[in-house]
Design a protein around this ligand. Structure first.
Ligand SMILES: C[S@@+](CC[C@H](N)C(=O)[O-])C[C@H]1O[C@@H](n2cnc3c(N)ncnc32)[C@H](O)[C@@H]1O
Length: 228
């Protein structure tokens, strides 16, 4: 079975030999792949839509994995009993929905959360920071002409204050000089420049100018290390 580049990058963040809960599994490809490859021994795959879980059920049956993948219908982490999964994936949804899903005790007591927002990654990054989740690792992956952010985090220190620019481009991406950092930062700068040129709101313009300036600083630093 072949995974998309996005799902493959998520699979690389999974700790081997440990169970996993895939919340919002839809087609169920991620847990099926991880078990077929012998990376994890079992998984809980859940979705709040009957039709989505039905797709996962078909794939699980086709691959003869009924004894290794427990399918559950329900919303968010409510499908999990306390301590049942020490690593949880929530992928392929918007940043605000992911934040809503992990705003619960199960997420705070779980050892590892692997999150991959499709839209509003900066919202999720900020939410994690404000709500006391530590981002342990972050990675960019390009798939189908789009760049996605993957966060690996766990509940940690309470509220930290950090510059807003790090919601757009995570500190971990900068630290490890992610190969897509230059391209990603440039895309954000272009988007902010477009908004800057389209708005007449003086305060919004000033905020955007500041963000563009800081992002250009990150980009120049990155370029100076011969990455692009
Ligand atoms: C676009 S699919 C992503 C599938 C897969 N995780 C991936 O990354 O390719 C999003 C799935 O999340 C499910 N979903 C949305 N809100 C949910 C919630 N609160 N709890 C569980 N599943 C949810 C949807 O039904 C849908 O099947």
């Amino acid at each position: 079975m072949k995974l998309s580049g996005r799902l493959l990058a998520i699979s690389h963040k999974v700790t081997p030999a440990a169970g996993l809960a895939d919340i919002g599994t839809d087609h169920g490809k991620l847990p099926v792949y991880l078990i077929l490859k012998g990376i994890i021994p079992f998984a809980i795959a859940s979705d709040n839509r009957i039709a989505s879980l039905g797709k996962a059920r078909v794939l699980v049956k086709k691959c003869n994995l009924e004894s290794k993948i427990n399918l559950r219908l329900g919303s968010g982490l409510a499908v999990l009993r306390h301590g049942e999964a020490n690593q949880i994936v929530v992928a392929g949804m918007g940043g605000p929905l992911i934040a809503e899903i992990i705003n619960c005790t199960q997420a705070r007591t779980c050892g590892k959360l692997i999150l991959q927002p499709m839209q509003y990654p900066a919202y999720l990054s900020r939410w994690l920071c404000v709500n006391g989740f530590d981002i342990m690792d972050e990675e960019l992956v390009e798939d189908g002409g789009r760049i996605y952010r993957i966060f690996v985090c766990r509940a940690g220190s309470p509220q930290k204050v950090r510059d807003e620019v790090f919601n757009d481009v995570g500190e971990k991406l900068i630290e490890k000089k992610d190969p897509l950092l230059g391209k990603y930062t440039y895309q954000i700068i272009e988007r902010y420049r477009y908004i800057y040129n389209s708005t007449t709101d003086i305060r919004a313009k000033a905020k955007l100018k500041d963000k563009i300036f800081k992002l250009e600083g990150i980009l120049n630093e990155y370029k100076s290390t011969d990455n692009i």
